[in-house]
Design a protein around this ligand. Structure first.
Ligand code: PEP
Ligand code: MG
Length: 564
């Protein structure tokens, strides 16, 4: 038996034989070409266009975040900066394959250095390069094959383009060497309900040397086992059986939110970013929207969307929620989300630079137009609209934002708590805000000084980290003292056991990834508020993420029986 440890990327467990995805192509050892540069450039442009078309066509077949990523990838494939770097290398005598290889290394290095969302694009560049290089070298790109029997998929990493046609019935589970809890693989696995473990170091080497082994994965804990013992196999089967049991239970619900076993109300909202996500959120049983990421409507545009455009889009997104809560976040631009129409000057460390609410210093009109559009959409839709600002560090910023929002006739103004200073200012911030929402993704990365996109640092960004839980407790306590609602809208709220702990810590609502809503609702139904408080107390006292999880789960036995 060989045991490896990765990071949990979804829920459930899987057991069976595996299929190891081959690396598409390796770095060319020979860089020079004997062909004419013009011919090589022509071949490169043709291959890049072919891949761009293929990615755009795959984007049409999916929805939500995967679609956005695929459209962005389609543009990257024909990006002028990428192709002109490659062209100048070809003019120096390089072959088209080595030129695109080198140019994409430079390009993805730039994206990685920018961090965050842009760093995520870096792994897309690798996939685009592989696809272009395969065409130029005349080899087939290894797509996920049609398999006769369901298998566990093991890969170095998976891009959204690789997984467009993935069938949950065909793939029992996914294990990747790369990626983190918020990576593409994790998002896709959660969306499709496939058990998945990411950032599992050594899994490709182990799979290469144990080609006919069976593999088991426990997506709840991130444990991966090659040739598991009978006991481990039985335990994994129990988790799978629990999953089946879970599918037979209905969550308890009231008009104001889901209910714990003892009737404590927990509204569960959805995180959305695009118009098409709204229908999925409703289908998943969301009580409303807890995080509407408006920047996804702005990304990739050369000019700011007009007031009329924004009014129309927001109205479309809000209309299905007449009388229900929708929390809209104002533009979270900067750093990992640069916008062509905002004049960001070069910053040595963009993650700590002008971003989120701070962009008002360079373009306040953007925020004012956005508030106007939100006010109009709120009136037109009849939704209960709450507005919040991202990346708030000081009470003075929260106060300024609240008076601005109120001046537009919008009654509920809040802020995200995702910077450590906002945790220490929780008393003051909850005094001047109508609500707050904790962004555990950024709060985790800033608390631990660990880039949330880095696979190497994924353990620091484990949402069970006790420092993060202690920060949540501090904010929740301030909220209770000031009678200010405190939600969590980071990915932490999408883990059913952790969601229970967050409620135990005093958080008043959760906003989840749409694919997690039903699981989190079931988790609430299965346990009492008191059990959640005991689990929270145990997790807070733990010295590590792993210990926090283990000790909290000891108080959540009914939830464990359901396989969470
Ligand atoms: C967060 O930081 O937790 C959050 C919800 O915001 P985003 O993931 O969009 O940065
Ligand atoms: Mg954030």
């Amino acid at each position: 038996m060989i045991e490896l440890q990765g990071i949990s990327a979804s829920t459930g467990a899987a057991l069976g034989s595996f299929y190891l995805m081959p690396l598409p192509i390796s770095k060319p050892t020979e860089s020079l070409s004997s062909d004419e540069p013009d011919t090589e450039i022509e071949k490169l442009n043709a291959a890049a266009n072919q891949i761009s078309d293929l990615l755009a066509e795959r984007a049409e077949r999916v929805t939500g975040e995967a679609q956005a990523i695929l459209y962005a990838s389609s543009e990257i494939a024909v990006d002028t900066a990428l192709l002109s770097t490659a062209e100048s290398l070809i003019r120096k005598g390089n072959s088209a394959v080595s030129a695109i290889w080198e140019a994409s290394e430079v390009f993805s290095q730039l994206l990685t250095e920018a961090g965050g969302y842009l760093a995520e694009r870096a792994s897309d560049v690798g996939n685009i390069r592989d696809r272009i290089a395969c065409i130029l070298s005349g080899v087939n790109y290894p797509e996920i094959p049609q398999l006769d029997t369901p298998v566990i998929l093991i890969a170095h990493d998976l891009s959204p383009a690789d997984t467009t046609d993935l069938q949950p019935g065909q793939v029992l589970g996914i294990i990747t060497e790369q990626g983190g809890p918020t990576s593409h693989t994790a998002i896709i696995a959660r969306t499709l309900g496939i058990p998945a473990v990411v950032a599992c170091k050594g899994v490709v080497t182990a799979a290469t040397s144990l080609m006919s082994a069976r593999v088991g994965l426990d997506a709840r804990t991130g444990a991966v086992t090659f040739n598991p013992t009978v006991e481990v196999e039985d335990a994994l089967r129990d988790v799978s059986a629990a999953l089946a049991l879970r599918r037979s239970v209905e969550p308890n619900r009231s008009p104001e939110g889901y209910l714990t076993r003892d009737g404590f109300k927990v509204p569960i909202y959805a995180n959305v970013g695009r118009v098409e996500d709204v229908a999925v959120a409703i289908e998943s049983g969301a009580d409303g929207i807890g995080l509407l990421r408006t920047e996804l409507l702005y990304l990739g545009r050369q000019s700011a969307p007009s007031l009329a455009d924004q009014r129309e889009t927001y109205t479309k997104m809000l209309s299905p929620f007449r009388g229900k809560r929708v929390v809209i976040r104002t533009l979270d631009a900067g750093a990992d989300k640069p916008m062509a129409f905002i004049n960001f000057s070069h910053e040595p460390n963009p993650a700590l630079g002008i971003r989120g609410y701070r962009t008002i210093a360079i373009n306040k009109d953007l925020l004012l137009t956005q508030l106007e559009a939100i006010r109009d959409a709120s009136l037109a839709s009849g939704a209960d609209v709450w507005v919040m600002a991202p990346m708030i560090s000081l009470p003075s910023e929260a106060e300024e934002f609240a008076s601005l929002v109120h001046s537009y006739g919008l009654k509920s103004a809040g802020v995200m708590v995702e910077v450590p200073s906002a945790v220490f200012f929780a008393q003051e911030i909850t005094q001047v805000s109508d609500f707050v929402s904790i962004g555990t993704n950024d709060l985790g990365q800033y608390l631990h000084a660990a880039d949330r996109e880095s696979a190497q640092l994924a353990a620091f960004n484990d949402p069970w980290q006790p420092a993060l839980l202690r920060a949540v407790r501090q904010v929740a306590a301030a909220g209770i003292a000031q009678e200010c609602p405190v939600g969590v809208c980071g990915e932490a709220a999408s883990d059913p056991a952790l969601a229970a702990v967050l409620i135990g810590l005093g958080v008043t609502s959760l906003s989840c990834n749409v694919s997690a809503i039903q699981d989190v609702a079931l988790a609430m139904t299965s346990i009492t508020h008191l059990e959640m408080q005991s689990a929270a107390k145990a997790a807070l006292a733990a010295p590590s993420a792993r210990a926090a999880r283990t000790s909290a789960r000891a108080h959540l036995s009914a939830l464990i029986k359901l396989g969470f």
